[in-house]
Design a protein around this ligand. Structure first.
Ligand code: SAH
Length: 467
């Protein structure tokens, strides 16, 4: 983030604009939404600017800006529509301590003005670091259409009612009240008009005060393989409602950012061979927060029921008398197999598929190796990187064909997904050579479908036909 967004208090601060043409006017229209006192320096101001000064909405100084004019101003806009004049006025402003924006000159500006959706006091600022003004405008148009015009009044009335709402206990109860107000009772009352809104707020508060505090609850939520679009709608809802999120190391940051801003985020990172949080401590964190009346989301990568020690955590909830439910997620094997364009089962090839772990609590995990050597057998091996040489050795000893395809899929579903195609005979060396740093799934018995080659061949033959 090259530009850090903030909302600046401008009442009783001064903002200075140099320039009297269209560029200056465009900035002035925005600035006049603020409470700043605005001064414009322009030798030949446009009519609209003169009118604004006559209306007393800004101070117009009919000459070019010079040293000493900035005097403690917070912001300065160089809108001279002339590069040399912009450079001259900006240098004065910078020397005199104002933050400088030069219209249409991102490089020499110290701040930029975002595209704004104005539902005062609700303000949405959109920035693209100057990279894509068209995109910013499209997002703005989208939000303009989506945010009701009544949002401003609702928020203003809501703000005045904040003190009253403190009668409700902090946290969930208060949040539920506001959710009801903004998305249900509030808009209905505004539509009725008159004093309906004050009465509606009083009634709503009373109803919420009469409610019994909701008991705590634990949702075991599968976060999927990493791509936020592979979260289920139920997972999103659970994250929206969470007071506390206890997450695993593999849950991607994009997904963690979807949790409510006020949610307490607890890292229960467990690394196969690194520092980790003991399971008992995780269990305790889950049950303690739920017993405190919080909505707890226990967020696990992929699907919570696959190599996730879910049962131990459920048992801890049962023992503590805490209610729970499971939200299924997309497991790494599903994402990885999609990434290589294959399916996990296939008529005539394999009527069953196994999910294996490369290691368990005791070390490398033993499996029914003889069964895995059968032609067409398919297995998805989780946590299989370190166990690659062990798995390879065991399978070869049991007589598996060295040419059996083996595929590693690192960071499945994420932008940095990588696929390494190999065979049983060379898998350990190929894996070492690939130096995969992210989580990886190993497929035994599956090779990537050669989609790219097929596509390339197809394009080539098309080109030949056309030539
Ligand atoms: N519950 C998870 C698995 C947890 S075990 C699930 O259902 O996916 C952790 C292992 O999952 C990792 O060692 C790796 O083998 C696999 N894994 C998790 N996310 C992955 C991803 N995005 N790409 C490839 N493998 C992944």
């Amino acid at each position: 983030m090259q530009h850090f967004p903030i909302f600046l208090a401008l009442s009783e601060r001064s903002v200075i604009v140099s320039g009297g043409g269209e560029a200056a006017l465009a900035k002035l229209r925005l600035l006049m939404k603020s409470e700043a006192s605005i001064t414009v320096f322009a030798a030949t101001p446009a009519e609209d600017i003169v009118r604004l000064s006559v209306e007393g909405r800004l101070v117009l100084v009919r000459r070019a800006l010079r040293a000493g004019d900035i005097k403690g101003a917070a912001l300065f806009y160089a809108a001279d529509e002339d590069a040399a004049e912009d450079a001259r006025t900006a240098a004065i402003a910078r020397a005199e301590g104002a933050l400088v924006n030069i219209v249409d000159n991102l490089e020499d500006s110290q701040f930029i003005t975002p595209a704004i959706v104005d539902r005062d006091p609700v303000t949405v600022a959109i920035g693209t670091e100057g990279a894509a003004p068209v995109l910013a405008r499209a997002i703005k148009a989208d939000l303009e259409a989506r945010l009701p015009a009544t949002l401003g009044p609702l928020a203003r009335i809501g703000k005045a009612f904040r003190k009253m709402a403190e009668a409700l206990p902090h946290g969930r109860a208060r949040r539920d009240f506001w959710a009801d107000y903004y998305f249900d009772a509030g808009p209905r009352a505004i539509a009725r008009g008159g004093d309906a809104i004050d009465q509606a707020l009083d009634d709503l508060l009373q109803r919420h005060l009469d409610r019994e505090a909701a008991p705590g609850h634990v949702a075991f939520v599968g976060a999927g393989p990493g791509d936020p679009e592979l979260l289920t709608l139920k997972a999103r809802k659970a994250l929206d409602a969470a007071d506390v999120v206890i997450y695993d190391r593999l849950v991607s940051t994009e997904i963690l950012e979807l949790a409510r801003r006020e949610a307490v985020m607890i890292d229960a990172g467990k690394e196969a061979y690194g520092p980790s949080t003991p399971q008992e401590q995780i269990n305790l964190a889950i049950t303690t927060h739920a017993k405190d009346g919080h909505q707890v989301v226990r967020l696990k990568s992929g699907d919570a029921t696959v190599f996730g020690r879910l049962d131990e955590e459920i048992e801890a909830c049962e023992e503590a008398g805490v209610s729970w439910h499971v939200v299924p997620g997309i497991t790494a094997a599903s994402a990885a197999v999609a990434g290589i364009g294959q399916s996990l089962t296939r008529r005539g090839r394999n009527a069953s598929v196994r999910f294996l772990t490369g290691h368990d609590m005791k070390g490398f995990a033993e499996q029914d190796w003889a069964d895995l050597t059968r032609p067409g057998a398919v297995a998805a091996i989780y946590m299989g990187k370190r166990a690659a040489r062990f798995v390879q050795g065991r399978l070869l000893i049991h007589g598996a064909d060295r040419a059996t395809p083996v595929t590693f899929v690192e960071n499945a579903s994420r932008v940095d997904q990588r696929v390494v195609a190999s065979t049983l005979g060379t898998m350990a060396d190929d894996l070492a050579a690939a130096d995969l740093q992210g989580p990886a799934l190993t497929f035994l018995g599956l090779a990537p479908r050669a989609a790219r080659t097929a596509l390339a061949d197809h394009t080539n033959s098309l080109q030949k036909e056309l030539a």
